[in-house]
Design a protein around this ligand. Sequence first.
Ligand code: PGA
Length: 256
Amino acid sequence: MRKKIIAANWKMNMTVGETEGFFKPFLLELGGEKQVEVVIVPPFTSLAKAGEILRNVQNVKLGAQNMSAEKSGAFTGEISAAMLRELFVRYVVLGHSERRTIFGETDEIVNKKTHAAHAATLRPIVCIGETLAERDGNQVEAVLEKQIRGSLAGLSADQLEETVIAYEPVWAIGTGRTATPQQAQDAHAFIRRKLTELWDAATADKVRIQYGGSVKPANTAELMSQPDIDGALVGGASLDPRGFAEIVLATVKLAN
Ligand code: PGA
């Protein structure tokens, strides 16, 4: 059984003050819930504050939105894996579609970062997904396969098991347009088949594949009840502490 993982991708939102304001109502709503893994992914500037608040909280982990593939040195504006580890960060989102399209990250760059994350025992959440034009052109499987082969190249089976894949159709991100549960399930099943082919069935069976793209409380249960959907990467709806708790709790309900 794969434990579901729900992550809050705050993107470039939430000051340190707003981060503090988020946790009180969120932790209150969440209670001691442990059946679903919860990861909060704030901007870099809020990581220290979030880490301080979460120090004694067992059931909420911390993630970062990006990191450098380099260890240290003359890379102005970059953040290293060791810097994140020091702040008790456990997960790092890599290759988000905004990084790929706005900042030109290629599969090769994402792959380097994925290896750097594992080397530092950070768990990568590697994002893949097609654009609307690619979906309309029946390219979904070809695009996903290329991203899987490129972004995850050279990972051992053990490393792959510790990697989370986020399937985020670009046309569903921040648009209010969610993939239907069937569209999402089909893509997830395809991703798992590819992992089976490129690694092996036992490993593919353990990898958690999150869905991302306009997830909100109202569509959570339907999406999360699909057999190959193992969690969600939530953007806009994760900024509201009560709404995000609702998403987590709706997922917990399915586990029972
Ligand atoms: P959204 O973003 O939930 O606002 O669509 C998801 C993401 O980009 O991770």
